[in-house]
Write a protein of this length. Sequence first.
Length: 201
Amino acid sequence: MFRREHEQWETTYPITAAVRDLKHMDIAVQSAVPTIFLMCGDILTVKECVDKAKDANKKIYLHVDLIKGLANVKEGIMYLAKECQPDGIVTTKTQLIKAAKEAGLTAIQQVFLFDTQAYHTALKNINKSEPDAVEMMPALMPRVIEEFTAAVQQPVIAGGLIQSQGEIEAALEAGANAVTIGNPAMWEIDISKSKGRQRYA
């Protein structure tokens, strides 16, 4: 389904909104971002969020590890696919990647590369689960991003700890296809124009 150069991650605006508070959902759907990662809410609010994103012609992926009331089992993924119909899911759990793909959803595996062992474990899990894309965290490691993107076949989205446009550009230049950002103030950054190391508190 995905290639490294897949259009989903080769957009001219490679910022993805990581929505961690439901009150930011309306900001996300009205922003320039083409893609939303929903990282909050519960089984009662997910459908409304998906509908809002679809109405705004945006892709939406549900971080199923963080949605309250959703069992992290195959049946929970099947329920989401049937009742909510998101574009896909984000998860750290290898077993849910297969379930999502069987349900017809795009599966994004989130990995945390905090040391060498975690790096090699992530590669092993990715080779086993074969997700459609990978979100690697944190994003403030250009050398690791460069090595990681060379080691996997999937598109790589970098996320975590980004506070400036310069940090976005560094991640993209290192090879990330896109970046995820939770700060709504950064969802409208014009990355085609250099603004140095301005921080967005």
